[in-house]
Design a protein around this ligand. Structure first.
Ligand code: FEO
Ligand code: CA
Ligand code: CA
Ligand code: CA
Length: 689
């Protein structure tokens, strides 16, 4: 049994960055061995010596004082824990006497083959991998999947979900869904995990299906007769894939760094990949974040002679997680050195025009974007918050030069091409400086390797290194709350914290296996200001185990705490909802991933409450509400995949023929299918009320 906890999966989506090695508390020796067996692509690439925060202990004490909303936080525990926040008998009961807007009865931690939702709610399957998106879509046949069929069907591994209302309706709109990556061992009969088999079973046809299963979906959905369903006849429906023609726009477009043999203009690029989270802009466009693009590039032997070999390394390329480079030269870093510079961007899609060309907005910088959430600043400018999901990488925001015009959609369509990208430096006194990444300023000069602003943006990570940004514990979704102007930063985990990445006030836990959530308060409610204040809202883990250093409000029940926050959303009354991605590390908490409601204000600040749970092996993505909060869209990604070996009674890796769950169809001839779920309240009304 113990040996089952050692699994050497290569990362594909962000889930496996942490989950590559199962870490069981009972098997510390296995964990040690696993660390020794790591290879370079599992390492964080930020080995700079950016300034640390001085006296860490004092800083943490300072932060403790700042946890004003917590009830009776106990004394500091040993190094590595901010504060042990131990539940006491009756504390959860006391929560019932406090005012909460979350009225649902929470579900329990646990793991099984099914999904679970809070009582009084329905969870309906809305769209599954392979479902038709057009009236002429072929019937899904997983045993005979082709590129042509996949291009007309819902893609794999749904992540971000956004909703754009049509004509202001709450019950009719465009659902925009990212398809982050593919699991060939669950998609194709008899194939197995190919990166473990030197891609022996791969063919160009299979790679083409994978490429067609990536990208995104725009699909009209409508509620009628009390049920949501896709509208297959809609003129808006489209698939975006790894081969869809796109434009490069903004300061890096046309630069020598993004020119290739196939595109000597440096302005045309094919496709988008590893689209994790994203955003919907106030003018109703769909932002797709390109995250772990490095894994799709090929030829490790050729990397050393790459003209920007140091930057390839800084971005972890070529990861060689897929073998597309064996069939397409553009994914081979030796044959087409600049193609890698054309990924790692935020892609903007005009979902209202299915013939529109998606644009890669280079002004927002190139890194492993988790998402891109926007807010209208009080002066009318748009601010986009975006994190770089890598251990020890940075948090960014982009402030547009122009102002949003609510009465002229066309005038907003290129707002994201001009503005200033900033990277965050967290100070121990609870302040935060946003450092501009502008060529010629703060050391971003030719002498330091930045020929122009395009170089600053293409190599934004290096620019962050130079200006002294704070290394974070994997910045995931960064969610502004327009009701309060607070911003929530999900930091998922970082096993190198305290080792390669020194402890600091904003990242205060050694190893940090459970992650934390930082709350940012812009000065004067001005998101464009160069400084903000910050605070830690919660620290993941079990509050009943002081050694874990978890921090939640004492009113949190034994099911209300969580680990590895990944995505976040706020509903239209300003309530915060968090989803988790523990990867294969779920045995550390004993629960599958899910959705937790999280209080942010008043006496209950920092109280979590479990609302939804995914089936074994899945992670929880895409939290999104429709405009009247009567529908809550959730994306169940990679069911049966992560940590199947630790699933009691299963204890082996899942395959197409033998998966840990066949969710959501539970038919013997149907593999598990990543799916979007829509939650409604029985009898109608606001979800979670
Ligand atoms: Fe794809 Fe960082 O989650
Ligand atoms: Ca994830
Ligand atoms: Ca994510
Ligand atoms: Ca979000």
């Amino acid at each position: 049994m113990a040996a089952n906890f050692l699994r050497l999966d290569k990362p594909r989506g962000c889930r496996a960055i942490e989950g590559r090695h199962i870490m069981s508390e009972q098997n510390k020796f296995i964990q040690t061995r696993a660390f020794r067996m790591e290879t370079s692509e599992d390492h964080p690439s930020n080995n700079t010596e950016n300034p640390t925060m001085g006296d860490v202990i004092n800083a943490r004490l300072g932060r403790r004082d700042a946890l004003r909303g917590m009830l009776a936080v106990t004394a500091l525990s040993s190094v590595g824990g901010l504060a042990g926040n131990i539940l006491t008998a009756g504390a959860a009961d006391a929560a019932h006497h406090m005012k909460s807007s979350f009225k649902f009865d929470e579900i329990s931690h646990g793991v099984d083959e099914k999904h679970h939702v809070a009582s009084g709610h329905d969870a309906d399957i809305l769209l599954r991998w392979g479902d038709a998106l057009f009236e002429n879509s072929p019937v899904f046949d997983p045993a005979k999947q082709t590129k042509a069929s996949q291009e007309k069907q819902f893609g794999y591994n749904n992540d971000f979900v956004g909703f754009i209302p049509l004509n202001g309706a709450a019950d009719n709109g465009l659902l925009c869904v990212n398809h982050e990556y593919t699991n060939e061992e669950l998609m194709f009969p008899g194939l197995g995990r190919q990166d473990k088999a030197n891609y022996a079973g791969m063919t160009k046809d299979i790679a083409d299906v994978e490429m067609a299963a990536h990208g995104g979906t725009v699909v009209e959905i409508k509620k009628s007769g009390g049920k949501w369903a896709p509208v297959l006849s809609s003129e808006y429906n489209r698939r975006i894939t790894a081969t869809t023609e796109m434009e490069m726009s903004g300061p890096a477009a046309g630069n020598a760094l993004v020119k290739t043999n196939a595109d000597t203009s440096g302005t045309k690029v094919l496709g988008t990949i590893n689209n994790c989270a994203g955003g919907i802009t106030p003018w109703g466009t769909y932002l797709m974040a390109e995250e772990n693009f490095n894994g799709y590039f090929w030829n490790k032997d050729g990397a050393a002679s790459h003209p920007n070999a140091d930057m390839l390394k800084r971005y972890g390329a070529p990861g060689q997680w897929y073998n597309w480079g064996a069939y397409y030269d553009r994914f081979d870093v030796a044959k087409e050195p600049n193609e890698v510079h054309r990924f790692g961007w935020i892609v903007e899609v005009d979902a209202m025009d299915p013939t529109s060309t998606p644009k890669k907005r280079t002004a927002l910088g190139r890194f492993k974007h988790e998402g891109a959430e926007t807010i209208i600043n009080k002066d009318g400018r748009i601010v986009v918050y975006t994190g770089d999901d890598e251990r020890g990488d940075y948090l960014y925001k982009f402030v547009t030069k122009g102002k949003y015009d609510p009465n002229n959609r066309a005038a907003n369509m290129n707002l994201l091409d001009e503005g200033t990208l900033y990277v965050a430096r967290f100070n121990a006194d609870g302040s935060l400086n946003w450092l501009p990444l502008v060529h010629g300023e703060n050391g971003l000069t030719e002498a330091n390797g930045f020929a122009d602003q395009a170089a600053v943006l293409v190599f934004a990570r290096k620019a962050g290194d130079v200006v002294g940004a704070t290394k974070m514990d994997r910045p995931e979704d960064v969610q502004p709350n327009p009701k309060t102007n607070k911003v929530y930063v999900c930091l998922t985990n970082n096993k190198y914290r305290g080792d390669r990445h020194p402890l600091d006030a904003a990242n205060p836990r050694e190893k940090n296996p459970f992650g934390h959530i930082i709350e940012i308060t812009p000065n004067g409610d001005d998101h464009a200001d160069a400084s903000s204040k910050w605070d830690i809202l919660v620290q993941g883990g079990n509050p009943a185990k002081p050694e874990q250093g978890a921090v939640f409000n004492k009113a949190t029940s034994e099911n209300g705490w969580f680990g590895s926050p990944d995505n976040a959303t706020v509903d239209h009354t300003g309530r915060l909802w968090i989803t988790t991605d523990q990867g294969s590390a779920w045995p550390k908490t004993g629960t599958a991933d899910g959705v937790w409601a999280l209080e942010t204000d008043g006496e209950l600040r920092g109280t979590g409450k479990m609302f939804f749970r995914v089936p074994i092996g899945a992670e929880m993505c895409g939290p999104c509400f429709n405009p009247d909060d009567t529908a809550f869209f959730l994306a169940v990604q990679h069911p049966a995949s992560d940590g199947a070996k630790a699933f009691p009674g299963f204890e082996r890796n899942s395959t197409f023929e033998d998966p840990a769950t066949r969710w959501p169809d539970f038919k013997d001839d149907m593999p598990p299918r990543p799916s979007v779920v829509v939650i409604s309240k029985k009898g109608g009304g606001v979800v979670g009320s």
